[in-house]
Every structure is written in C-alpha cells, then in structure tokens.
Design a protein around this ligand. Structure first.
Ligand code: FES
Length: 178
C-alpha cells in the first residue's frame, strides 16, 4: 500500500515538473469537476499556448495528472490539426493554397520556400526560425499569391522575393538573440 502511494508521489512529482505551475493548478481545478476528462482539450490548448507545441513528456504528464489514459491523450493530440506535436519555429509561415492564390502561382512560391529552407509542409527549419504550413483562403485574394508570416500579410509574392522576405525575418530573429 505504501509502495503504491510512494510510486504515485514519484509519478505525480515528475508529471508536475513537465508542466508549468499554472497548468498544474488548472488541472487540479479540472479534477474537482464531475468529469475531468471532458476538460482534456482545454488543458492541451493551455499547454500548447505556453510551450508552442505538445511534447511527449507533457502529454504523459497531462494523462497522469488529469487521470486520463495516455492513449486517449495521445489520440486527441494527434487527431486535431490545431495541436502541434513538434516544436515550431520562431516564425510561422502560412502560405495560402486557396484557389485565387494557386492560380497566381502559390505552388511556385511554396516550392521556393521549401528549397530555401530545406523543409516541406509542417516542418521547421534546422535553425528553428521558420515553420512552414499551407492554409486555405486567408481572405485577401486581391493580393494573391499571399503568405502570412505570424500575423503579417505578404501579398503579390513572387518566388524571387522569397529569399529577401526570409532574410528580413532572419534579421529579426538574430536581433532578438542579441
Ligand atoms: S485564395 Fe489566397 S487569400 Fe484567398
């Protein structure tokens, strides 16, 4: 009996260390509710908002503290496209692959981005500066082809402009590190 209590204390401590005190407190609140497991998506959103993605350790920690099977947590995290299971770069590039942008050459812009960054859809550059994703219509079709870097829109983008645009953000990233 005391052994299993000791085990639980160890598991709990490790789980708490994988998350921030705020998340641990939030999960404790959820556990007071009649159906804590119904708050799983809420908890995962909060973890991702703080970390930028959901690591395997964090998923395990959520499972332990919320007392939900680890397979359920992993299943939910991988089912919903808004959860990220890999670290994202400092900047998120979203290139619109909607019809208007596609017709105006978004695929060629996307290919140039991939060539410059050495990554494909959903991946992060090796320097962790950029993550590349495709999106549906961004609502600015008049500027097609369009890409968004974090919340900044770049319109009428040509493949040849890609290196210059990337350089602008690389400089921002370097400045932040100084
Ligand atoms: S299709 Fe690209 S912004 Fe609308």
């Amino acid at each position: 009996m005391s052994t299993s209590t000791d085990n639980w204390e160890t598991v709990k401590k490790e789980a708490e260390e994988a998350l921030t005190p705020e998340i641990v407190a939030f999960i404790a609140e959820c556990r007071q509710e009649p159906e804590p497991s119904s708050r799983l998506i809420d908890v995962l959103h909060r973890v991702q908002a703080e970390s930028g993605y959901l690591s395997a350790d964090q998923l395990d920690a959520v499972a332990q503290l919320l007392q939900v099977p680890a397979a359920t947590v992993a299943g939910v995290a991988s089912f919903y496209h808004f959860f990220r299971l890999k670290p994202r770069g400092r900047f998120m590039i979203n290139i619109c692959m909607g019809t208007a942008c596609y017709v105006k050459g978004a695929d060629r812009v996307a290919q140039r981005l991939m060539d410059e960054l050495g990554i494909t859809w959903g991946e992060t550059s090796s320097d962790r500066v950029f993550t590349l994703e495709g999106s549906r219509c961004l609502g600015t079709c008049g500027l097609a082809p369009v890409m968004m870097i974090d919340d900044e829109i770049h319109g009428n983008v040509t493949p040849d402009q890609v290196p210059l645009i990337l350089e602008e953000y690389l400089q921002k990233s370097r400045a932040e590190q100084q």
